[in-house]
Design a protein around this ligand. Structure first.
Ligand code: AN7
Length: 372
């Protein structure tokens, strides 16, 4: 047995890092691919439905995959500070990896509309948290401007090393399934993650993609592990769906605060991969997203955050509609952990508590009422 030490050491030969670059890692990656047996049965789907639970990364989201590579490269290049704009998860990851590296993290967050758990992470890891009177898109614009004149490394997904790290999720899926899935569904905000996955699948298949030249050298396996690539499907929140509107959304609004993004940074990459993969974009309402988050938690024991539930929400709908063909193998990425944002499920969750006196009879009565 060898100790697992994170995705850089695991996939070093397929990442564009110098051999002597010291890996800044928290043991990210190797997240479980969970088969949803109960839900598959419930919806009468005769294919295979999996979730890749990225909420089990060290800081609770897929951002760790990108951050380990981006921070490793930034430190290798001599950076003393990193900066990002964030709806929450990127700032949590940046803060944690900055600590590992011994550099300063500056994070720009929107005023309000950020899950408390994510803010707590940035604070506890000692990041310099700057709350701006604006939304994520304002923050992103400011970070780009500041990055031009100030000696700080930008670790948003416009940094190509982020996507290089995030492509490894596709590597793991192909390794586990022995092939690529037929469909891969993700929630879409900036569209960095869906782009990263497409790069990863393409490298696994030994096939060039139009989007890869922008993001490293697309190193292929000596022998491809899959002959096919999935159709990539991206789901947005209805109030924050620039890919459905055909252009930026000025005042994005959604309960899924992680994907409250109106001006996606990987706009061109995402359209290119949609075409190459013959996939599509669609939108989910906030109500449907929250219902899916609860459905998943109550039927499979998996607690993801609202934004993450968008992938499964859309996938279940497209399975029912036959857009995702019967018999298909489907993977949905659950991008973040539900524990980051407990408020959202506790809004009416407290109502389900049963309060009784501390007496055996009262407790027994409550049990009997609920035995299946
Ligand atoms: C849980 O943290 O953009 O389409 O600043 O946290 O690659 O942007 C978060 C994005 C999906 C969207 N699910 O991914 C940020 C940030 C969760 C997320 C997305 C995010 P991209």
């Amino acid at each position: 047995m060898t100790r697992y030490t994170g995705l850089i050491e695991n996939y070093r030969d397929r990442l564009p890092l110098a051999p002597e670059a010291r890996a800044i890692s928290l043991g990210e990656g190797r997240t479980p691919l969970i088969k949803l047996e109960n839900l598959t049965k419930q919806v009468g789907f005769d294919g295979e439905l999996y979730v890749k639970f990225e909420g089990l990364n060290p800081t609770g989201s897929f951002k760790d995959r990108g951050m380990t590579v981006a921070v490793t490269q930034a430190v290798y290049e001599g950076a003393k500070a990193i900066i990002c704009a964030s709806t929450g998860n990127t700032s949590a990851a940046a803060a944690a990896y900055a600590v590992r590296a011994g550099v300063t993290a500056f994070v720009l967050i929107p005023d309000g509309k950020i899950a408390l758990g994510k803010l707590a992470q940035a604070v506890v890891h000692g990041a310099v948290v700057i709350q701006i009177q604006g939304n994520f898109d304002d923050g992103m614009r400011l970070v780009k401007e500041i990055g031009e004149t100030t000696p700080v490394a930008i670790v948003n997904s416009i940094n190509p090393y982020r996507l290089q790290g995030q492509k490894t999720a596709s590597f793991e899926i192909v390794e586990e399934l022995g092939r690529a899935p037929d469909f891969h569904c993700l929630p879409v905000g900036n569209a960095g993650n869906i782009s990263a996955h497409w790069i990863g699948y393409s490298e696994m298949a030994g096939v060039a993609t139009a989007i890869s030249p922008h993001h490293g050298d697309g190193r292929f396996l000596d022998r491809p592990l899959t002959t096919t690539r999935p159709r990539m499907v991206g789901y947005q929140a209805a109030g924050s769906a620039p890919f459905m509107r055909g252009g930026p959304v000025k005042d994005p609004e959604t309960v899924a605060t992680a994907i409250r993004i109106g001006d996606p940074q990987s706009w061109k990459l995402a359209w290119a991969l949609q075409e190459e993969s013959k996939g599509w974009f669609d939108e989910c309402t906030d109500d449907d997203i929250l219902a899916t988050q609860k459905l998943l938690a109550a039927s499979e024991g998996v607690f993801c955050e609202p934004a993450s539930a968008a992938s499964l929400c859309g996938a279940l709908r497209d399975i029912k509609a036959g857009k995702i063909a019967p018999g298909s193998t489907v993977v949905c990425t659950l991008t973040g952990n539900g524990l980051k944002d407990p408020d959202i499920v506790m809004k009416d969750g407290l109502k389900s508590l049963i309060q009784v006196p501390a007496e055996r009879g009262a407790v027994e009565k409550a049990l009997l009422a609920h035995l299946k």
